[in-house]
Every structure is written in structure tokens, then in C-alpha cells.
Design a protein around this ligand. Structure first.
Ligand SMILES: [Zn+2]
Length: 118
């Protein structure tokens, strides 16, 4: 079955591959797929800004970005690493969150626009 792409549905299908230290003991670089599952149409609103599913590790994990009332973005991840370090939650982010933050830093604020050469 072929689905027609509707602009408002496109974000639901966005998948980004990020290479992170892998799940094996040697932490060999491995591709992780970040699949956006929710994006708040008003990203400055308090509460959940966006959620992602992450695959490529031992299991599938969920990441959520939450905007607090002081404007801070608080990142949640369901991986064991993030849960283990949860007590120091503002001081630690797991590799999935770091990878996603690095990606958003890269694509979020482009320094220049590409020119079209025709
Ligand atoms: Zn994680």
C-alpha cells in the first residue's frame, strides 16, 4: 500500500541515524536510529517538547525533552545508563541524549543557507 505524504504527518516518519558508541563491550561505533514520535507545535510551551524512539542498542528506548517553567530543557531517557544516573539528573545525560543534542545543535540553527545553483 502506498501512503500519500501529508505535510502534517511527515514529522511522524522522520528517522535520523546517529553513530554512537555501540552496545558491545568495546563500544564500537554503531548506528542508532532516532525516530521522532511527538513534537509539540509550540516548542516554547511548558511540558513535553518532543519525544523520540531510539533503536540500535540492546533494546528500544524512549527519549523525551521537557521544558521546565524556568525555560530549561530537561531530557529523559529510558535506557539503563540514564536511569542509573537519575539521581544526578541535571548533571548527567546518557549517550542517546548527547547524540540527539549534538544532532539538534548541528541542524537546529544553520549558520548559513545553501544557495541554489541552477
Ligand atoms: Zn539513553
Amino acid at each position: 500500500m502506498v501512503k500519500q505524504n501529508q505535510p502534517q504527518q511527515r514529522a511522524a516518519f522522520a528517522i535520523v541515524t546517529v553513530v554512537l558508541p555501540g552496545p558491545d563491550r568495546k563500544r564500537n561505533p554503531a548506528p542508532y536510529l532516532f525516530h521522532i514520535t511527538y513534537r509539540n507545535p509550540n516548542p516554547t510551551e511548558l511540558g513535553c517538547v518532543m519525544t523520540w524512539n531510539v533503536t540500535g542498542g540492546r533494546e528500544e528506548y524512549q527519549i523525551a525533552a521537557e521544558r521546565t517553567d524556568d525555560g530549561y530543557l530537561y531530557w529523559h531517557c529510558t535506557c539503563p545508563d540514564a536511569v542509573y544516573h537519575g539521581e544526578n539528573r541535571h548533571a548527567y545525560c546518557c549517550k542517546h541524549v548527547h547524540g540527539l543534542q549534538a544532532l539538534l545543535d548541528t541542524i537546529g540553527n544553520p549558520a548559513r543557507r545553501e544557495r541554489t545553483v541552477a
